[in-house]
Design a protein around this ligand. Structure first.
Ligand code: COA
Length: 255
């Protein structure tokens, strides 16, 4: 058990805190495994009615740990990252996210599977998969165009540049923008409101809202995962990861 993910349950709310701030809350295989296990426990535990996912006031998550991408790339649907993604996508109870600072890659795409998202005005979302020689994951190739509209999705996914909290509010990725120091507290307030409601109604309402494309999301995730897994091992991604580690600009001119 790592302390890089903190889990706390109180008054029907389980809070998962990304706690690897010195590495900008980048997520390792062990952290995905812990989050996947925590979600599975929360789904089956009658004492848990709502889950909150939060980071630090200065950073939500820098996405997948790049060292892991290089040395321990995920292999197949049973890997911790896919267990986490399938777990969050199919999670039956409400999930509230609190996001401040950078939310890179899966730091943004996991939010597509949360029900309420609150952001600090310092939040910077990005899905720079192309810049890393990769392709979208977490069904973001389906859900971002649906949510943002195609052209704004293309800007986010093809250019991979960060967009700030107000832009995320405009496209519907976040519910409300707050001062960073208020975000975690506000997410808890909203989670407690949800936890006071009848759980059967929450679960059935979420199921009905999601059922139209639950199967498609799972299928898209599997297809993205196959491409992502292959591309992780290809020269463009190796160049991008090597450049990040060596703190230089990647050179894709021959790729
Ligand atoms: N994987 C592994 N380590 C990471 C990381 C990642 N995704 N993101 C940041 N870190 C580490 C850095 O290597 C550095 O470690 P060090 O102190 O041992 O050198 C530390 O976290 C601080 O990062 P730094 O880049 O100096 O912080 P910053 O405030 O200048 O920038 C980010 C923050 C998030 C904008 C920047 O770290 C970043 O772009 N990270 C990579 C994001 C990415 O491409 N993720 C993959 C998405 S699929």
């Amino acid at each position: 058990m790592t302390t890089d993910i903190l889990t706390h349950t109180e008054n029907g709310v389980t809070t998962l805190t990304l706690n690897r701030v010195d590495k900008k809350n980048s997520i390792t295989a062990a952290m995905y495994a812990q989050m996947a296990d925590a979600l599975a426990d929360a789904a089956g535990n009658a004492d848990v009615r709502v889950v909150v996912i939060q980071g630090d006031v200065a950073v939500f998550s820098a996405g997948n740990d790049i060292g892991d991408f290089l040395n321990n790339p995920p292999a197949g649907d049973g890997s911790p990252v896919f267990r986490f993604l399938h777990g969050i996508a199919a999670f039956p109870k409400p999930i509230v996210a609190a996001v401040c600072g950078p939310a890179v890659g899966i730091g943004t795409t996991m939010l597509l599977h949360c029900d309420l998202v609150y952001a600090g005005d310092n939040a910077a979302f990005s899905v720079p998969f192309v810049n890393l020689g990769l392709c979208p994951e977490a069904a973001s190739s389906l859900l971002i165009p649906q949510m943002f509209g195609y052209h704004r999705a293309a800007e986010a996914l093809l250019l991979g540049e960060p967009f700030m909290a107000e832009a995320a509010l405009e496209v519907g990725l976040v519910n409300r923008v707050l001062p960073p120091t208020e975000v975690n507290g506000y997410a808890q307030t909203q989670a407690r409101k949800l936890a006071a409601k009848p759980i059967s109604s929450l679960i059935e309402t979420k199921r009905l809202m999601k059922k139209g494309q639950a199967a498609t999301i799972a299928q898209v995730m599997t297809e993205e995962g196959a491409s992502f897994g292959r591309m992780l091992r290809e020269p463009a991604a190796r160049e991008a990861f090597g450049a990040f580690m060596e703190r230089r600009k990647p050179d894709f001119s021959k790729l």
